[in-house]
Design a protein around this ligand. Structure first.
Ligand SMILES: NC(=O)c1ccc[n+]([C@@H]2O[C@H](COP(=O)([O-])OP(=O)(O)OC[C@H]3O[C@@H](n4cnc5c(N)ncnc54)[C@H](O)[C@@H]3O)[C@@H](O)[C@H]2O)c1
Length: 456
């Protein structure tokens, strides 16, 4: 099929590359010229494992192309995916202005009755609004055809996005139009060859399903963080509780890790948008308000541990951070717990030495002033970040942090305080190696009696 994808971000790029990989003829549009130039050259502007290999194969196979010209990209389009951003507005609602602006351009440039697919996460009713905009334009242009708008929310996870897209748990297609449903099912057929995973429903149900899925997953995380805050007080290790409840098939092992809060481009903004949708309908969602409140508290947990252990005056102390992206496998720092921690540390006059395998540049851009005055240093190496540190905080559980050389680390640090925001380490083993260890929902160790190690 001839496909146009609008928006070359985490979702649009993966969508375009995966459809091209299945033999479709895909053209991907973005308004960001630098992004398009890099992509046309086979370089991905985002970090996503496997994406550059897919780009190389499909660019050279001429099944995938990139452009900034929407009019040209629509010339032969049969299916058009809208994969632009839907960030939070100041009041928490989803800002769908990028979708609406794309819809207006489609109304202007579409030359044939294509199927227009809303892939962006957007509030219930957005696909209907896009349909109304397209219908108006068709009427104004005296066209005797109508583009059909479908909602097809995306469920991929950054870091494993290609695998998620290629082997989806389910594909939700929201449409009341039989022809559109048929085309969408044909398009996705190669991704569901071994068993049927396509769910057909109305547009509004499809839109709502995406929000409900994210709200449920965020609830699991906040629930576990709440249990962690109590378990530590009761002298119980939340990690044992996690295993204890995860083995119950009704609960499952996923998304029940206590930690320093959820972040990323989806959960925080989608929960806010859902709360806003409820408010507009005069409904209260106290459970979800609590999920959000717990997450905000949790994001401050790391800094609280530092000030509890190192004292309220942190000026001129040095704190090392391992991991800055909101989760491993991505360079995405949107709403990441690291942002809250870095800001609190900088405000407290702390010198921050941070390391992340791929997200360092994004953090450096976000805190450019602190980098310029030397208060925030992005290290090239995880051990270099820990030199002379008064504390090391693990924020993102990249694999390379799982089994570090603790002896080397202990020697490098000024004070061997390790705050484990992802419960990656064995508290007893670390204490035996001379670390003062703090985990989430894990009973506090007695403060270490040995004097702080000083390195000249
Ligand atoms: N990132 C995820 O993991 C994920 C997962 C599922 C769903 N989603 C949803 O998918 C949507 C896209 O998310 P993302 O993370 O890919 O966003 P993103 O910010 O990474 O990418 C959006 C892209 O759209 C481009 N764009 C904006 N307006 C445009 C226009 N008028 N014409 C052409 N290009 C335009 C931007 O330049 C940008 O490159 C959001 O609604 C998001 O909630 C994201």
């Amino acid at each position: 099929m001839r496909i146009t994808v609008i928006g070359c971000g985490y979702v649009g790029l993966v969508t375009a590359a995966c459809f091209a990989e299945m033999g479709n003829d895909v053209i991907c549009v973005d308004q960001d010229r630098e992004r398009i130039a890099a992509l046309s050259d086979g370089r991905s502007p985002i970090y996503e494992p496997g994406i550059e290999a897919l780009l190389a194969v499909n660019l050279s196979g001429r099944r995938l192309a990139f452009t900034t010209r929407l009019d040209q990209a629509l010339e032969r389009a049969e299916v058009v995916f809208i994969a632009v951003g839907t960030p939070s507005s100041a009041d928490g609602s989803a800002d769908i202005s990028q979708i609406l602006s794309v819809a207006a351009s489609l109304g202007q440039y579409l030359m044939a009755p294509a199927i227009v697919v809303c892939k962006s996460t957007a509030p219930v009713g957005t696909a209907c609004r896009v349909q109304a905009i397209l219908d108006q334009h068709c009427a104004r242009r005296h066209l005797n055809w109508r583009a059909s708008v479908v909602s097809n929310p995306e469920f991929l996870k950054e870091g494993v996005a290609i695998n998620d897209f290629m082997r989806p748990d389910r594909i939700i297609i929201g449409t009341e139009d039989d022809h559109a449903a048929e085309v969408m099912c044909a398009l996705y057929a190669p991704f569901v060859r071994n068993h049927e995973r396509i769910l057909l429903m109305g547009r509004r149900a499809a839109e709502f399903s995406k929000y409900a899925a994210n709200a449920f997953l965020a609830t699991k995380i906040s629930f576990m963080n709440e249990m962690a805050s109590l378990s530590a007080r009761l002298g119980v290790d939340i990690e044992q509780v996690r295993k204890g409840i995860g083995s119950d098939q009704r609960i499952g092992h996923q998304f029940i890790y206590a930690g320093c809060g959820y972040g990323g481009s989806c959960f925080p903004k989608d929960i806010r948008a859902l709360l806003h949708m409820a408010e507009a309908e005069d409904q209260q969602l106290p459970l979800l308000s609590a999920v959000e409140a717990r997450n905000s508290t949790q994001k401050q947990w790391l800094f609280r541990q530092i000030s509890t252990r190192l004292g309220s005056n942190l000026r001129d102390m040095t704190v090392a951070i391992w991991g800055l992206s909101f989760k491993p496998g991505t360079d995405d720092i949107r709403d990441a717990p690291s942002l809250v921690l870095v800001k609190s540390l900088l405000d407290a006059g702390v010198r921050v030495q941070a390391f992340d395998p791929v997200a360092g540049t994004n953090i450096a851009n976000q805190f450019a002033a602190a980098v310029a005055r030397g208060q925030l240093q992005l290290s090239e190496d995880q051990y270099q970040a820990a030199r002379f540190a008064d504390a090391l905080v693990l924020v993102t559980e990249w694999k390379q942090f799982r089994q570090p050389d603790f002896i080397r680390l202990r020697e490098l640090m000024r004070r061997p305080l390790l705050i484990d925001g992802r419960n990656q380490y064995d508290p007893q083993a670390l204490q035996a190696q001379g670390f003062e260890y703090v985990g989430v929902g894990r009973p506090s160790a007695e403060p270490q009696q040995r004097p702080a190690l000083r390195i000249a």
